[in-house]
Design a protein around this ligand. Structure first.
Ligand code: NA7
Length: 554
């Protein structure tokens, strides 16, 4: 078996334990902004990124067809007005290379790269109670001693390669959509098997079908996917957005999903959205009213039947046993028509699952399917995986993996009790993947930067969550999700950890809405960081900050 991975440079190990103020783990949307914010506090920060470049999700997921499922104007940073004005996205819904280009521009424009180490992976973070420092270790043996540890590790960054028997014996290439090599994968004329039909699979399948000799799609669960075609950005609309960005951002922050649904008023007074994307499902009636949900399911089934010629294939592509909204709705372009191609076969694994991977392909209870290349579009160990894959140990050597064995626990999804000064950017218990990630990331990073600033101004050095406040928040996260399609008994999604064998079935994101969540976070601050335990620097005898001077804002 050849597992194809993105190539990596081999950076040298740092010479000795580096004493700094903060480590930022990850150089995606969160890590870049965290570096920007913490630097402006005058902190000495080291960023550590496993990839060879910036971008996070948009660095690793370079599979064919990868595109953001939110409109471009919604999916961009708001922290710098000049950045908003100078950047143009060519399409209404951005493809991966465009977002990667944007994030590279951000990294260069704010000179963020110089404090990151690339091609280095954080393997462990251990809290040393005696010094109030985290010791952060990497795969190269680097060691950093820092007060603040910002886990900008992303929500969907720990790829799930299911342990299917025989996988090591496969003679061809295996590639995961979330680890797609920069140099691409040779698919031309090959017999390609795609396992998984979530967003990644459904985006990649039509593109792979264009070049593969034969394509076999292994589907365990059909998904609800709705057609959305990207268009070139309308220059008039772009001008309008640029003149009204503040209003757009305010709408995002006051919304349920961090999506403004921003439109340009038309002459008749009815605005036409330029692109809707996954935001179309922000229509809460589908989520809250089972009758409307059922009607949408019927419409969906009719759409699929109209687009797929073979009746049995159409039937297999239509979910029948879970509501819309349980899994993330997918936006697709030409997905269903792909199955009308002679060279494309759908294998409905509900009629007989995969038993093993052989040297020559995939063996199922229905028969053998020869393949030269196997594409695993099998998703991620969502929300917790990026953190539990690191050996994180807090007070008394307690491991995060052990603490979260029955489901993640974190106060506001920001700090988990017993792991002081370890900040989770869009951690479990926050809106995270059920919101516009950029909006949620900026809010978390701002909250963390302000908390650090608050502590500095008040002679505090250690911030922990009160376990009672954490319990209360975890209960609230649970309660607010009850009765929604996300927690329907028939639902099996990565939000529930149901895609990973052995993972506790716990609904992880906060679904009370972005606006409500922001208000809760702001209230907590207003009440003097209610539910957090702040300890003065003097208590552990360690000065809270380095003597490095404040960096003047640009
Ligand atoms: P998803 O949405 O988790 O989809 C993964 C797919 O892989 C899904 O269809 C799974 O079926 C399937 N899967 C997972 N494990 C297996 C095994 N062992 N055998 C067969 N099929 C399997 O991940 P994506 O990468 O598509 O999307 C993630 C997010 O990225 C998405 O929500 C957007 O935010 C962007 P299942 O449904 O579990 O039966």
């Amino acid at each position: 078996m050849t597992v194809v991975h993105p190539t990596s440079t081999s950076p040298a190990r740092e010479p000795e334990v580096a004493e700094l103020d903060a480590v930022v783990v990850g150089a995606g949307l969160s890590g870049l902004y965290a570096m920007y914010r913490l630097r402006r506090l005058g902190l000495r920060v080291r960023g550590i990124e496993a990839g060879d470049g910036v971008g996070g999700t948009w660095y690793w997921n370079r599979y064919p067809g990868c595109r953001c499922d939110l409109p471009t104007i919604e999916y961009s940073y708001s922290f710098d007005a000049e950045l908003e004005q100078e950047w143009s996205f060519p399409e209404t819904m951005s493809v991966q290379p465009e977002i990667e280009r944007y994030l590279n521009h951000v990294a260069d424009r704010f000179d963020l790269r110089r404090d990151f180490r690339f091609g280095v992976r954080v393997t462990a973070a251990t809290y040393d109670e005696s010094t109030g420092r985290w010791i952060v270790e990497t795969n190269l043996g680097d060691r950093y001693a820092v007060r603040w540890c910002v886990m900008a590790t992303g929500s969907l960054s720990a790829p799930n390669l299911p342990p299917i028997p025989g996988i090591d014996s496969f003679a061809g290439s295996i590639v995961h959509t979330g680890l797609w090599p920069r140099e691409g994968v040779e698919l031309q004329g090959k017999r390609v098997g795609v396992i998984g039909t979530g967003s990644s699979g459904m985006q990649a399948i039509p593109k792979i079908a264009e070049v593969a000799g034969e394509l076999t799609v292994f589907q365990r669960t059909p998904n609800y996917a709705f057609p959305v075609r990207a268009k070139p950005t309308d220059p008039d609309f772009e001008r309008y957005v640029k003149a009204n960005y503040r209003e757009l951002r305010a709408l995002q922050r006051g919304s349920r999903f961090g999506i403004s649904g921003f439109t340009r008023p038309a002459a008749d007074g009815n605005g036409e959205p330029q692109a809707v994307g996954a935001g179309a499902f922000a229509d809460v009636s589908v989520l809250s009213d089972p009758v409307i949900n059922r009607q949408m399911q019927d419409l969906f089934a009719r759409m699929v039947r109209k687009r797929v010629n073979d009746e049995a294939t159409a039937d297999a592509l239509i979910p029948t046993d879970y509501p819309i909204g349980c899994k993330r709705p997918v936006v697709e372009a030409g997905y269903y028509e792909t199955f009308n191609q002679e060279s494309v076969t759908l294998v409905d694994l509900r009629q007989g699952g995969i038993t093993e991977i052989t040297a020559t392909g995939v063996r199922t209870e229905q028969g053998d399917y020869p393949c030269d290349v196997l594409v695993f579009a099998t998703g991620f160990d969502a929300l917790t995986g990026p953190l539990t894959r690191i050996d994180v140990r807090g007070r008394d050597g307690r491991s995060l993996r052990a603490k979260w064995a029955n489901g993640p626990r974190a106060y506001l999804g920001l700090v988990t009790a017993g792991f002081p000064n370890l900040f989770l950017i869009t951690g479990p218990g926050s809106p995270s993947v059920l919101s516009n990630m950029v909006v949620s990331i900026e809010q978390h990073v701002d909250w963390v930067a302000e908390a650090i600033e608050h502590m500095r101004s008040n002679g505090m050095a250690v911030m922990d969550a009160d376990p009672n406040a954490e319990d209360g928040w975890v209960d609230q996260v649970h309660d607010v999700a009850q009765g929604t399609p996300w927690t329907a008994p028939s639902c099996n999604s990565f939000y529930l950890g149901a895609n990973i064998e052995g993972k506790a079935r716990v609904f992880m994101p906060y679904v009370g809405g972005v606006a409500q969540y922001r208000a809760e976070c702001a209230e907590v601050v207003k009440d003097g960081y209610r539910g957090f335990v702040l300890t003065p620097a003097i208590a552990d005898g360690v000065p809270p900050f380095s003597a490095s001077p404040m960096v003047a804002p640009r």
